[in-house]
Design a protein around this ligand. Structure first.
Ligand SMILES: NC(=O)c1ccc[n+]([C@@H]2O[C@H](COP(=O)([O-])OP(=O)(O)OC[C@H]3O[C@@H](n4cnc5c(N)ncnc54)[C@H](OP(=O)(O)O)[C@@H]3O)[C@@H](O)[C@H]2O)c1
Length: 339
């Protein structure tokens, strides 16, 4: 017996205060279309930067209509299937990934947007879609090879700790930037060759001294000074992948007085490459399958931040926690409170 209504977490207006701009509302139960399933969401991944950008109407590639549904990735179980659904049945554990379908108790979604998983465990949320993004960013955008020097910012974060491992396992030397000694110790355990605590070490100096030939791939999701430092330390044919700009989120755009970027690129045949995952959908299934296989084979460590967040009421706290920079690994919310 399905409920007549269930709860979802929505953006009610644009603004600066996430708690004030959001609300939990009831929404009517919706039966699945012919090719859809209904998933009971069990754990949701938190993408604080994306949520804050939605609140500020600052996601350039999406037109946001208010009220807007929030949340993206979940793991859960199928509770109803449409009549043309052949790949899945009720009770199957799945990972689902669709903008607006994350922070809610149930969702209707096409069978083509699902990934089969063994159990709806929170660890999967570090892989789909976060790890998928990291893998595609490294391989397809950064054109990762082997025996390269690869630097990763926010390396102990949800995205970063997968990027570190994918880069290392491809036979590269990995430098990881993080904001505490504790995070740096964690990075060492993940195989990172040179963790750098950017609060206590001068990153530019470390790179210039220890890596005089420069960085082949700089995988940056922090922006600001980190971006500048990576740009200044690229190797010949180096690639700087822009995968985010966490340190600049919500701040006025800075006008920087500096020589034009070509001066730092041309004479090295180096490049800066923007990357957002929606532009690379053809590579999602392959990346998800490889990451899941590695996880199930115990060759990939996935980090879930241990701070518990339970129920839709916890979304603002979870988002604020991620934005504070304290998290180690992926921040998740347990939606099914019966577990
Ligand atoms: N391109 C894509 O398709 C794609 C896909 C997914 C995510 N992303 C982006 O990847 C980034 C990481 O996302 P995530 O969800 O995995 O977050 P996260 O990395 O788990 O959390 C953010 C981390 O950024 C670091 N950070 C550095 N400077 C900061 C500052 N000034 N304020 C706050 N944090 C700062 C913090 O770690 P340290 O202090 O240890 O550095 C913090 O833990 C985000 O920018 C996100 O938008 C991009």
């Amino acid at each position: 017996m399905f409920p007549k209504t269930y709860r979802k977490f929505i953006l009610t207006r644009f603004g600066e205060d996430f708690r004030a701009c959001t609300q939990i509302v009831d929404t009517p139960w919706q039966d699945p279309g012919d090719n859809d399933v209904v998933v009971k969401n069990i754990y949701a991944g938190v993408n604080g930067i994306y949520d804050y950008n939605m609140m500020r109407n600052a996601v350039d590639y999406i037109k946001i209509d208010i009220p807007a549904d929030l949340g993206i990735e979940v793991v859960g179980r199928i509770v109803a299937v449409g009549r043309n659904v052949t790949k899945y049945k009720e009770g199957d554990a799945v990972a689902a990934w669709k903008v607006g379908n994350g922070y809610r108790d149930y969702q209707v979604i096409s069978q083509n947007r699902l990934y089969s998983i063994r159990e709806p465990s929170p660890e999967i949320l570090t892989l789909i879609p976060t790890g998928v993004s990291g893998m595609i960013g490294l391989e397809r955008v950064g054109e990762m090879k082997t025996s390269e020097t690869i630097a990763v910012s926010a390396a102990a974060g949800g995205l970063g700790h997968i990027v570190v491992q994918v880069a290392k396992q491809a036979g590269n030397h990995v430098i990881g930037l993080a904001g505490s000694d504790e995070k740096c110790a964690l990075l060492r355990q993940l195989g990172c060759d040179r963790p750098i605590n950017y609060h206590t070490e001068d990153v530019d100096q470390v790179l210039k001294t220890e890596y005089p030939n420069g960085i082949d791939i700089a995988y940056d999701s922090v922006g600001g000074i980190t971006f500048d430092t990576f740009l200044n330390n690229l190797a010949v044919k180096g690639r700087l992948v822009i995968s985010g700009y966490t340190s600049e989120v919500g701040k006025p755009l800075q006008s920087v007085t500096a020589p034009r970027p070509w001066t730092k690129l041309y004479f090295k045949s180096a490049s800066i490459r923007g990357f957002i995952n929606p532009h690379f959908q053809e590579f999602w299934p392959d990346a998800a399958e490889r990451l899941l296989s590695a996880y199930y084979a115990n060759t990939l460590t996935v980090l879930i931040d241990p701070t518990p967040f339970v129920g839709l009421e916890a979304v603002p706290d979870a988002v604020a926690y991620l934005m504070s920079g304290r998290n180690r690994g992926k921040v998740v919310i347990k939606l099914d409170q019966t577990l």
